[in-house]
Ligand binder design. Structure first.
Ligand code: ATP
Ligand code: MG
Length: 358
């Protein structure tokens, strides 16, 4: 401004979304941007509009397009006195400045583009890594569950023989065998869950599920766990939101919900608090929130919770709970998200597309 003896100057820049915004100004009224309103960098009457916005009669505006590589990135506006002439040198200076401005804005746009691509690349790499880890884990789970099943199935047969061999009068022995059979059945169910985890493809036999019912079942299963921590005050509330029916494996859904509720119970710890299981209808599907008013998580924990084997519970945790939940939601064509911050609890949201009626 000093070199060309200007009264004011401004740069309007084309924004990434295609609009135009006042990027910088000097020597202009504070509310100049508001007075100028929506402008178009291509507007042939931009100079007149600038003068009108300034509202002063004794000035003129000159505009210099900020161009680089054939693209328009904005306009440099210079405010001069009404009958001020720009000599050749001043004109060349302003044109040079506009050139530099254009190049700088082009550079900034490239940089922004690069940053965005990098971020997208990182996100897809993370997803790939997570998927690969889940797959490796799934293969391991499939192997282990296969072998375990081979070992446990004969045991079940032996128990049946024993039961028949021992007389009905031996009540204690009969009871022991019944208990063993129950434990064995639970073990086999757990193995079945491991096998389900190894199936990353959509499960064949899905059920038509009411999420409210699923929530009620899961809460019921968690009740003994709540009683175990009877010295603390943890309340579980179910809020029914009339969700549409969804298609998923009900047993997997209950297991996933139990994982989320148990995690919340753990997080509430000795301090206690409230856990809410809420259902609802959104975006052509049904959603389910599990939230607690516990300690929440710092960003570095939040970033890793869905990783298999990530746990902050040391020996107490395997770090498989949320990885299972993640795999289940993926298998069910759903979405899973987490909102949390330290001191503000955690809220997991599961979304499933509503079941299409045949
Ligand atoms: N509601 C919550 N509030 C705070 N932190 C949580 C919550 N849910 C999960 N986390 C954190 O996420 C980690 C991973 O959870 P995940 O359920 O996968 O494993 P885990 O509970 O540690 O072990 P596992 O479930 O296998 O017994 C937990 O160790 C904990 O740090
Ligand atoms: Mg857990």
């Amino acid at each position: 401004m000093a070199h060309v003896d200007a009264r004011g100057a401004a740069v309007v820049a084309v924004t990434p979304t295609g609009g135009v915004a006042l990027a910088a100004s000097n020597g202009l009224p504070a509310d100049f941007a508001a007075r100028l309103g929506d402008v178009d960098a291509f507007d042939p009457e931009l100079e007149e509009r600038v003068i009108a916005a300034l509202g002063t009669a004794d000035t003129q505006a000159r505009t210099f397009p900020l161009v680089s590589g054939g693209d328009l990135f904005g306009t440099l506006i210079v405010i001069l006195g009404a009958d001020q002439e720009l000599d050749e040198e001043a004109h060349a200076l302003l044109e040079g400045l506009a050139d530099l401005g254009g190049t700088a804005l082009a550079q900034a746009a490239l940089e922004a583009e690069l940053t965005r691509s990098r971020r997208e690349l990182r996100a897809s790499r993370d997803l790939l890594e997570r998927t690969q880890k889940l797959r490796a884990l799934g293969e391991m789970a499939a192997g282990i569950s296969h072998d375990l099943k081979n070992i446990l199935n004969p045991l079940s047969l032996h128990l049946q023989f024993l039961k028949r061999a021992i007389s009905k009068e031996e009540v204690d022995a009969q009871q022991s065998i019944a208990d063993m059979q129950l434990v064995l059945r639970r073990g086999l169910e757990t193995i079945e869950r491991l096998r389900a985890f190894s199936r990353q493809a959509p499960a064949g036999n899905q059920d038509l599920v009411d999420l409210d019912q699923l929530a009620a079942e899961a809460i019921e299963i968690c009740k003994p766990r709540l009683r175990m921590k009877h010295d603390t005050h943890v309340t579980v509330v179910a809020r029914r939101g009339d969700p549409p029916l969804v298609r998923l494996r009900a047993s997997d859904g209950v297991a996933a919900l139990v994982n989320l509720i148990v995690n919340a119970i753990d997080a509430l710890g000795v301090k206690g608090g409230t856990i809410e299981v809420t259902t609802g209808a959104v975006e052509g599907g049904a959603c389910l929130h599990v939230s607690d008013d516990g300690p929440g998580m710092p960003a570095d924990v939040e970033a890793r919770v869905f990783e298999p084997f990530f746990t902050t519970k040391g020996e107490e945790g395997t770090g498989l709970g949320l990885a299972m939940v993640y795999a289940f939601v993926q298998r069910s064509s759903g979405r899973l998200s987490l909102e949390t911050s330290p001191g503000h609890g955690a809220r997991f949201t599961l979304w499933f597309p509503s079941a299409k009626r045949p």
